[in-house]
Design a protein around this ligand. Structure first.
Ligand code: ADP
Ligand code: ZN
Ligand code: ZN
Length: 672
């Protein structure tokens, strides 16, 4: 057998990844040393024996082989939580086309000395003395009970097929999760609960806290690095059993992980935006498999990826078809064709029906939520004389108007005060276009002067705690109307809300993304799902200019199956995921000419080498070509077989990543 060299890190933290030491694998251990294993190595001047983890293996030494020391021994029983994290990093590197260093930095915690006790962290989110909170539990209904019973039976038998709970909004998925968690805890194993950051609110955490008390730990992005490290340490030492958090909670080093729950499985935030660009669904599935743990996803609007797997039997499918609160019914949904409103002389963005319904709710003392769909949409400023919109000088996007005083670039943060004259032609006639939440608030105030109105958007929530303060005020009935964007529809439970108005349902349909219909459907169903969660029935009113579009039709009838079959037909026709896999390769750099040239060179080489093995689209400029003065070109590749895409990725990586011409460029890969 050939020589073998192992890269070792001595302690398990993000920082240590930049201090990797290479050792020779001794002859007697050839073939036995694997990624993630713990080994003893001679370390430092005195060559004292220290334990380290193997993070990479290679047949080539990185420097003079004469100077490379040799591994002393394998550590017995050395499979730990960290072993599995390192193995997971290896899998992520292979699966998503990153370096091992990037993958390790994703899975290992940042080490800091600041300490924070769990109690403080939970308390900062809860804002109350935890001891006063009582333990709570509801009696499950039949549908919920069936899922719990079946899960327990499968779990005890060691059946580990992932499962998907397709449950309408308010059907009681969270109560089901808590029963499953309970079962796994009783088996002395630990649980990771993934909740999208935006839904990780006081309300949600409180529910888990009531049930599991000090066993839970919360990981959210507002924690300092030291606090996160501390949370992970507590998990490693068995002081906490349930980690609740966004995407990165996946990397909790539990000694005996037994279950991963992924709520709101369809959420876009589960996909990482930095290399390795992993999807938490896929990583969770792999992690569960490595730990012999169960994996349960839940959503009212499952992603096409998850639902198609459930249909194919790869996931087990559970359904919750009715609302959990006794007497609560799914909202009745109405559609308003805004073209007709216009024809009939109503130019307001509030249809006559919506005005009538809001008036009715106000008179009854019930609450209304007004949701403006703003995905891929903003209030920009343009010149009435020359027609130019005011753009960011560093990015290919228009600047967004905030509070009528500032213009902000949502890509790079560039901010200027609202100019008095057009930067192009000096005309004084500059005006804001598009309808933001602030404008809607003003209009609502005019129409309903007696109403108490709250608004939730970037401007009102940028202060620390602003988000929670608004939600809590609305929840206590301190306002009649809450106006907001995506932020208000995710996972909040306001029993007093009986009307949800969706002002511009179709805007997200025009996003330059094959998922735009799915995102539109999902937003509408989730928004409508906010209505009538208490005992009084709710109404959702959807205003649109394209009432005939299937995503809007299916949302109005709350018919997931109808949407799924139409949308899947489209994906198959166009060979888009999940009917096919897609790799997006992006070349980016400051030198526009170089970016274009290298992208062409790479694209030509890949096309020649993998001619009939994948479909190639492009190269084309990225949807936003310039961001922060960096130019970006992309090449799309489609193929049913993921492995072939990986082969192409490796080819590009090996051939170009280290070359002189690519030094000033970055090449990124994204798989879907
Ligand atoms: P989902 O997560 O599916 O949106 P939740 O678990 O948040 O649903 O439940 C919606 C509401 O119904 C919550 O207020 C919850 O306390 C309540 N609920 C859930 N299950 C039951 C039950 N079996 N009996 C009574 N209320 C329930
Ligand atoms: Zn002008
Ligand atoms: Zn910018």
């Amino acid at each position: 057998m050939a020589e073998q060299y192992a890269s070792i890190i001595i302690d398990i933290s993000h920082e240590s990844v930049d201090r990797v030491f290479q050792y020779r694998v001794p002859e007697e251990l050839l073939g036995q040393v694997r990624i993630g294993m713990q080994v003893c190595v001679p370390f430092g001047f005195g060559n004292r024996s220290r334990k380290g983890y193997v993070v990479e293996l290679s047949e080539q030494p990185d420097y003079d082989p004469e100077k490379i020391k040799t591994i002393l021994s394998l550590v017995n029983g050395s499979v730990t939580a960290d072993t599995r994290l390192i193995e997971l990093a290896w899998w992520m590197k292979e699966q998503y086309g990153s370096t091992m260093n990037q993958a390790l930095k994703t899975v290992l915690p940042v080490k800091r000395q600041i300490k924070a006790r769990n109690k403080q962290v939970v308390q900062s989110l809860l804002g109350k003395e935890p001891a006063k909170i009582r333990y709570g539990r509801v009696a499950l209904n039949q549908e919920q009970q069936n899922i719990v019973t079946d899960f327990k039976e499968q779990y005890d038998k060691g059946e580990r097929r992932p499962s998907l709970i397709h449950g309408i909004t308010g059907s009681g998925k969270t109560e089901v999760y808590m029963e499953l968690i309970d079962h796994v805890l009783q088996n002395d194993r630990q649980v990771i609960v993934l909740i999208p950051e935006i839904s990780l609110t006081y309300q949600t955490v409180m529910r888990f806290y009531r049930r599991f008390g000090e066993k839970i730990c919360v990981m959210h992005s507002r924690l300092a690095a030291g606090e996160r490290y501390d949370q992970f340490e507590r998990a490693r030492q068995g002081k906490t059993q349930v980690m609740i958090g966004a995407r990165s909670a996946l990397f909790t080093p539990f000694p005996k992980l037994g279950l991963i729950i992924m709520d709101e499985e369809h959420e876009g935030a589960y996909k990482s935006e930095t290399t390795p660009r992993y999807h938490a669904r896929e990583v969770a599935q792999k992690l569960a498999q490595m730990n012999d743990a169960a994996f349960v996803m839940g959503s009212a609007t499952p992603s096409l990826e998850a639902y198609s797997r459930a249909k194919a039997g790869i996931y087990k499918l559970y359904t919750l078809g009715s609302r959990a609160v006794f007497g609560s019914l799914p909202p009745s949904t109405e559609l308003v064709d805004m073209r007709r409103e216009m024809e009939e002389g109503n130019k307001s963005i509030f249809s006559r029906r919506l005005q009538e319904l809001i008036g009715d709710k106000l008179s009854k003392g019930e609450q209304t939520m007004l949701f403006i769909n703003r995905r891929g949409y903003s209030t920009f400023v343009s010149c009435r004389s020359c027609g130019q919109a005011v753009k960011c000088p560093h990015c290919d996007v228009t600047l967004t108007l905030h509070n009528r005083t500032r213009l902000v670039c949502h890509y790079c943060g560039y901010t200027i005060s609202m100019p008095k004259h057009c930067p192009e032609c000096a005309s004084p006639y500059l005006a804001g276009f598009g309808t933001g939440t602030q404008k809607i608030q003003e209009m609502a105030e005019k129409l309903f002067p007696e109403a108490r109105i709250l608004r939730m958007d970037l401007d009102t929530t940028s202060k620390k705690g602003g988000h929670e303060a608004i939600l809590s005020a609305f929840s206590k009935g301190e306002a009649d109307i809450l106006i907001g964007t995506q932020m208000i529809v995710k996972g909040h439970d306001f029993p007093g809300v009986t009307l949800v108005g969706v002002l511009a349902a179709d805007i997200s349909l025009y996003a330059p993304d094959y998922r735009s219909a799915e995102q539109t459907f999902e937003l509408l169903v989730q928004a409508a799902g906010r209505a009538g969660r208490g005992e009084k029935p709710g109404t959702a009113l959807i205003q649109t200019y394209v009432p005939e579009h299937y995503s809007i039709q299916a949302a109005v009838s709350q018919d997931y199956e109808a949407f799924y079959s139409q949308e899947m037909g489209y994906r198959k026709l166009m060979a888009y995921p999940p009917s096919c896999h897609m790799m997006t390769m992006q070349v980016a750099g400051k030198d526009e000419e170089l970016v274009n040239h290298m992208m062409d060179v790479i694209a030509r080489s890949v096309a020649a080498r993998f001619q009939n093995q994948a479909a190639f689209i492009g190269p084309v400029p990225a949807p936003v070509y310039k961001v922060n003065d960096i130019y970006r070109k992309i090449l799309y590749m489609k193929q049913e077989n993921y492995d072939i895409l990986i082969r192409i990725q490796k080819y590009v990586q090996n051939r170009w990543d280290e070359t002189e011409s690519c030094k000033r460029l970055t090449i990124q890969y994204d798989f879907s």
